[in-house]
Write a new protein. Sequence first.
Length: 125
Amino acid sequence: MGWDRNRPVPWQRLVREWVVYALIMSALFLLFFRDSNLIGALAGILVSGPLYVALGAGLAKFGYRRKSLKELRAESRDAADAKAASDTSDGSDTAAAGPPRQRPAPTSRTSGGGNRPKSSSKRKR
């Protein structure tokens, strides 16, 4: 897709996601790097905000749109409902499964083909 200046940009979502990221990263830096200089790390987090929002806005103008958690849950719920409907479309689960599978013929690898180890009669008691 090409650039379209009429495509909407989800500003609130972009800013909200960055704020959550900034809070989590600030808490982690404060927790793990107490002894070192935090001003540089926190300044880096603050600089990342406009970069994240600008990149997200540019991608939105090109047509990129991530699905929200609500949309992902709805899709998985719809897929599960469709699968359940197709499994029980005739009203019985056993008819759809068909007859039970027969057991395969024994082979030498399954110890049914005559290569079983002989019992040890030479064992001393």
